[in-house]
Write a protein that binds this ligand. Sequence first.
Ligand code: PAF
Length: 284
Amino acid sequence: MAGPIILETIAALRAWRSERRAAGKRIGLVPTMGALHAGHLSLVTGVKQAADEAVVSIFVNPTQFAPTEDFSKYPRTFDRDVKLLAEVGAEAVFAPHVQDMYPSGFATTVSLDGPAKVGLEDAFRPTHFAGVATVVTKLLLQALPDVAIFGEKDFQQLAVIRRFVRDLDIPSEILGGTTIRETDGLALSSRNVYLSPEERAVAPTIYRVLQEAAELVRKRQPLDRIEIEAAQALAAAGFAVDYVAIRDALSLAPPYAAADPKRLRLLVAAKLGKTRLIDNIAAV
Ligand code: PAF
């Protein structure tokens, strides 16, 4: 099985992309930070339903980590990642160096509002989305893909990306990929490797609590009470809860009390020991 071509510079990516476009191929981009799991691989499969060839970027982006966060210990498994990408038929891997993405004197940041400022992840990671938006803007402009895909697991991130891509007229279609879960319901995440065996056993509680809360939303129970009770259930299981929120699925703003459950998304962020987990599901 031929593996993907490895592109280490922006010039190499652009040359590959021009050559494939000249050959009439639609290009799909899958931005990742590596440490790939089945969730990422499903994004490759997903983008290839809308494009002929997939380029997967692997770049642990320093600007989206706060100084207190896990940038230095974020798992880096490049050789294994490339093997997995060969198995799902990715055509190219873009693995730029930090100094190429952020050359000395780099001074530009994408500034955000709207879904980036709704008091969810932004309340706990205030510099995170500016870093994500800046690197994703760069990746989209470097690869100029016809389509790019991001996992729904990071639901606020997906909403933020959709909004700035629209606002900045970046000519790529943005797709969302369904969250892939372990059999016990835990959403796949590169950070799950940080969980101790005891924490790993408790972690699926998030999905169970989300499902129970969604059931209450469908029964039209008061949304604020559902949020409080879900947060209490997580705290009782040992989580330090950052938020449990029921939001409008498009704007991520708090919904009207009588909002149609079909428009609602339930979102959770909570820490188990030192590991911060996020998850979300649709109410219907
Ligand atoms: O979701 C991620 O893995 C990252 O935030 C992304 C989109 C690759 C940007 O670094």
